[in-house]
Design a protein around this ligand. Structure first.
Ligand SMILES: *Cc1c(COP(=O)(O)O)cnc(C)c1O
Length: 506
C-alpha cells in the first residue's frame, strides 16, 4: 500500500488532475452492508481502481480550485504512525498531548502571542472560527451564558467582519445561537480589505441603537482574492472598543513563515484568537485545522465542564489537566498533531515558508502573463497566491457564460482544475496556488489551456476534428498542455527536487 502511494505521488503529472467517475464505479458504492469478510488484497484493489482515480485531485500540481493543500509523503507516513498508535487525544496523561501543546507553543511563538496561549486541533478553520466565536461570546457575557443560553440575555451581541469574509463566520454566528443578522458585513476598499472607518461607523451606530458589539473578525487571506485586512487598524479599534479581535487566517496566517510576506500580517500579534489550517498552505494532509487563543483561561471558560467519568487526578492516567477536551467541543479526538509535528520537524519552518513564498511567485507570474495578454483580464490584485481573471467577451453576460464554460471544460480535460468566484458581480476564473508541487510551468499550462479553450468556444479557432466524439478526441486543453512549450515541465528526479527546488517537499 505504501509503494502504491509513493508511486501515486511520484507519477501525479502523468495523471489527469480530475476525472468524473463512471456511473458503474459510483454504483459500486451503493451495495448493502457486507456481512462476510473480503480479502484485504481485494479491498486494496478496489481502492486502487475505484477510489484513488476518482478523488478531487488536490495532490496534483494542476489543481488550483478553491483553497486545497497538496499534502506530503512525510505527512502521509506520520498519519500511518498515528493510526497505528490509535491515540485518543481527548485527555489523560500521555505524551501525544505534549506534542499538540508543543505545536500550540510553536504557533504562539510564530504569531507573537504569549506562551500561555492555548491551542487546539480541530477539523478545519470552519470549526476553529466557531470556537473563536464561542470563546468571545463567553468572554463577553460571562460563564453564566452557558447555563442560561443567549436567548435569556438582555444584551444583543453584534459581530463585525468584511463583505469578503468566508461564509463560515456567519455560520458560526448561526450555530452559536447569536444569529446571522447580528453579523455586520463591513465594506472593503479597492483591494478587498475591510475599511476600518466603516467598521468604526458600524460599531458607533450599533451602540447608539443599544446593541452590544463584542467581536471583530478580520481575515488574513480572503478566500476570493487572498486580500489581507488591515489587521493593525482592526486591532486598534477592537482595543479601543473593548471587542474580541479574532483573525480568520485559514490559509493566509501561515504566510508568517515567509519573511517577505510576514509584514503583510502585521497586527496579527494583537489577536485574541487566530483560526487557521495546517492542511492548506502548511501542506499537512487533511484534516488539520487549528484555533489559537491568547488567554488560555478564556478558552477553558467557554468549554470546560465537570463530569464524574472525566475527573482529574495528580497521578496516574487521569493526571495532566487541563485536557484538550476542556478547550473545545470534542471529547474523543485523533492525533492530528503528529502529522503536523512531523511536517514542521522534518521540513523545518523555513522550508515551509519557502514553499508559501514560491506559490505567491507562481501566482504573480501568472498575473503578469494575464496582464500582457489582450484576450484576458485580471479581475483583482494578487495579494498572495490567488489569481482571479477572465477571458474577455462582448458583454458581461457573455463573459460570465464563456468563463463558466471554460472552467468546466478545463476541469473535465484533466489538465488543470481552477474554480470560479464572482468579483464585483463578474464571474472569474479563480486559480489558488496552494500546492508545493505547482510550478510556473503548471500555471503556464492553465494559461495556455484557457486561451485555447476560450478561442474555440468563441469561434476564433476551429474546433478540433472529432471533438463531438469525446472518447476519440483529446480535449483542446489537453492538446494545449501537450504542446512542446512545456518541455521544461518534466518532473525533476526526487534527488533534484530535494536540493534544487526548496519549494517542492520531497
Ligand atoms: C478555507 C477557508 C475557511 C474554511 O476552512 P476549512 O478548513 O475548509 O473549514 C475559512 N476561511 C477562509 C478564509 C478559508 O480560506
Amino acid at each position: 500500500m505504501l509503494d502504491d502511494m509513493f508511486d501515486y505521488l511520484s507519477t501525479l503529472r502523468e495523471r489527469p488532475v480530475w476525472q468524473p467517475a463512471p456511473p458503474a464505479v459510483r454504483a459500486g458504492f451503493g451495495t448493502p452492508l457486507p456481512r462476510r469478510p473480503t480479502d484485504l488484497a481485494d479491498a486494496h484493489d478496489r481502492f486502487m481502481t475505484e477510489i484513488l482515480p476518482y478523488a478531487v485531485g488536490n495532490a496534483h500540481p494542476g489543481f488550483m480550485g478553491w483553497v486545497h493543500g497538496g499534502g506530503s509523503a512525510v505527512g502521509m507516513l506520520a498519519e500511518t504512525l498515528a493510526a497505528g498508535l490509535n491515540a485518543n487525544l481527548g485527555g489523560r496523561n500521555q505524551i501525544p498531548i505534549e506534542v499538540e501543546r508543543q505545536i500550540a507553543r510553536w504557533m504562539a511563538e510564530l504569531f507573537g502571542l504569549p506562551a500561555s496561549a492555548s491551542g487546539l486541533f480541530v477539523t478545519g478553520t470552519s470549526m476553529a472560527n466557531l470556537i473563536g466565536v464561542l470563546v468571545a461570546r463567553t468572554a463577553a457575557l460571562g460563564r453564566a451564558v452557558r447555563q442560561a443560553g443567549v436567548a435569556a440575555q438582555s444584551d444583543r451581541l453584534v459581530a463585525y467582519t468584511s463583505v469578503c469574509a468566508h461564509g463560515c463566520i456567519a455560520q458560526a454566528m448561526d450555530i452559536a445561537g447569536l444569529g446571522i443578522e447580528n453579523l455586520r458585513k463591513i465594506p472593503v476598499d479597492d483591494r478587498f480589505r475591510m475599511d476600518p472607518a466603516a467598521l468604526q461607523a458600524a460599531i458607533d451606530a450599533d451602540r447608539r441603537a443599544g446593541l452590544r458589539p463584542f467581536l471583530v473578525a478580520g481575515t488574513a487571506g480572503t478566500v476570493d482574492t487572498g486580500a489581507v485586512d488591515p489587521l493593525a487598524a482592526l486591532a486598534d479599534i477592537a482595543a479601543r472598543e473593548r471587542l474580541w479581535f479574532h483573525v480568520d487566517g485559514a490559509f493566509g496566517a501561515l504566510a508568517m513563515l515567509a519573511p517577505a510576506l510576514a509584514p503583510l500580517l502585521s497586527g496579527i500579534e494583537r489577536a485574541d484568537s487566530i483560526a487557521f489550517d495546517f492542511h492548506k498552505w502548511g501542506q499537512v494532509p487533511y484534516d488539520a485545522g487549528f484555533i489559537l487563543v491568547r488567554d488560555g483561561a478564556a478558552q477553558q471558560a467557554a468549554f470546560a465542564a465537570s463530569a464524574t467519568y472525566l475527573s482529574r487526578d495528580d497521578r496516574g492516567l487521569a493526571a495532566n489537566s487541563p485536557w484538550p477536551c476542556d478547550l473545545g467541543p470534542d471529547l474523543s479526538r485523533g492525533f492530528r498533531a503528529l502529522k503536523t509535528w512531523f511536517t514542521l520537524t522534518v521540513y523545518g519552518a523555513d522550508r515551509l515558508g519557502a514553499v508559501i513564498a514560491h506559490t505567491c511567485e507562481v501566482a504573480q507570474g501568472l498575473a503578469r502573463r494575464i496582464q500582457a495578454e489582450p484576450r484576458l483580464e485580471l479581475l483583482a490584485p494578487v495579494a498572495l497566491n490567488i489569481v482571479c481573471f477572465r477571458y474577455r467577451a462582448e458583454d458581461a453576460a457573455a463573459a460570465d457564460r464563456l468563463n463558466a464554460a471554460i472552467v468546466l471544460e478545463l476541469q473535465e480535460s484533466g489538465v488543470a482544475a481552477p474554480s470560479t468566484t464572482r468579483i464585483g458581480g463578474a464571474l472569474a476564473i479563480r486559480a489558488a496556488i496552494v500546492n508545493h508541487r505547482s510550478t510556473h510551468a503548471d500555471a503556464g499550462r492553465l494559461f495556455d489551456a484557457v486561451l485555447s479553450i476560450g478561442a474555440q468556444l468563441t469561434g476564433q479557432a476551429p474546433l478540433p476534428p472529432g471533438r463531438d466524439d469525446a472518447e476519440a478526441a483529446p480535449s483542446p486543453a489537453r492538446r494545449a498542455a501537450e504542446s512542446p512549450d512545456h518541455a521544461d515541465a518534466a518532473p525533476p528526479s526526487r534527488a533534484d527536487r530535494a536540493t534544487s527546488e526548496p519549494h517542492v517537499l520531497p
